[in-house]
Design a protein around this ligand. Sequence first.
Ligand code: GLU
Length: 450
Amino acid sequence: MSNPAPVLRFAPSPTGLLHVGNARTALYNALFARQQGGIFILRYDDTDLARSTAEFADAIAEDLDWLGIPPDRVEHQSKRTDRYDAAMEKLKAIGRLYPAYETEEELETKRLSRRRRNLPPLYDRAALALTDTERAQLEAEGRRPHWRFKLDGRHVVWDDMVRGRCDVDTATLSDPVLVREDGSYLYTPTSVVDDIEMGVTHVVRGEDHVTNTGVQIEIIEALGAVPPTFAHHNLLTLPSGEGLSKRLGHLSLRALREAGEEALAVASLAVLTGTSLAVEPVADLDALAARLDFAKVSRAPARFDPTELSALTAATLHHLPYAAVAARLAASGIGGGEPFWLAVRGNLATLADAAKWWCVVEGPLAPVVAPEDADFLNLAAGLLPEEPWDNEVYPRWIAAVKPAAGRSGRALFHPLRLALTGEESGPELKALLPLIGRAKAGVRLRGRSA
Ligand code: GLU
């Protein structure tokens, strides 16, 4: 029997703007799904109602669209409480979820007393020993329980696609609280229930979740399900080595987009940094997906360098086919079609620079004509070939101008460029001249605005 199509999910909490580290996780999931013919779910981890907002949820969807990885399906944990309730009842019924009544202060006192005795600050499971009468008494005092998952206390082992064999000894962990006193859920149970019920086959996330995975595998198995395959990737940091923070707004996708960075460049760098793969421009996300290989992701945190990103944005633009930018050029009122794009793309640092070259083509612009070049430029204007023009008009024109003017090299080309474009440097005149056209070129060469 063939394996079912992989199901992957990206599960951000909508409590801030996504940063490049979040983008790395989203892309690893989406691109692995793409590579394997699977599906990619965006699952809002929005059970923290106090901190989650609809604005951040919308911003996340917008950022994923911008990156080119819109989800195949969207889920909201806040709408699935009945599913979590049902799963918790199941755990209670098999004795794996138990009520505990300690207050935060009581727990802190216990932790301190264990530390004084050189014991790890683990929960002592006192609540497990409570009799029915004692529980009734605590409830009568007005206490409400929080609920803890009873760990097996064993070595939970899995074969991680990035980290190889992993082993978490759950005997070294406190029984985790899954449900708070007010009945709200912590992240662990909601994530586990959703992964099971949504048929998630691969959980790809940051290595900060490795310990959680030990606990989650125990819960998944207690619920009678088979754990998915896990991949825990290394985390991206600021160039200083400091961890990225959504709360502090570090390297947000929004800010990078507003700075003019190309989505494809951001995606390439977010995916390839911290791997043994070379960071180089890719033609599209399919090409990036084809390169993705979890075995090549390194174990150490990796620095994300915004300077490298700017260079990659430029390099990406220099190779981008017209079809990939046509809509964005049109939206900015830039015409000229493919010939214009091919003429200017090699000169762009960001796509916004294309507008400048479109103004040069369209005009009107004030030509730059040095007094000593005026006669030469008039002569050149008179030699402009008749229309219609094709792509070879520039070499034909130069072949006529050169002997007539007795100029060559910089003395020949530089005044022509200054007069035709008003700029010291820029795209090849061979490509620009047909776009400027005979009428405007003639006027500019004669020193007038056009
Ligand atoms: N909301 C969690 C996070 O962003 C999801 C972790 C997971 O993928 O399970 O860290």
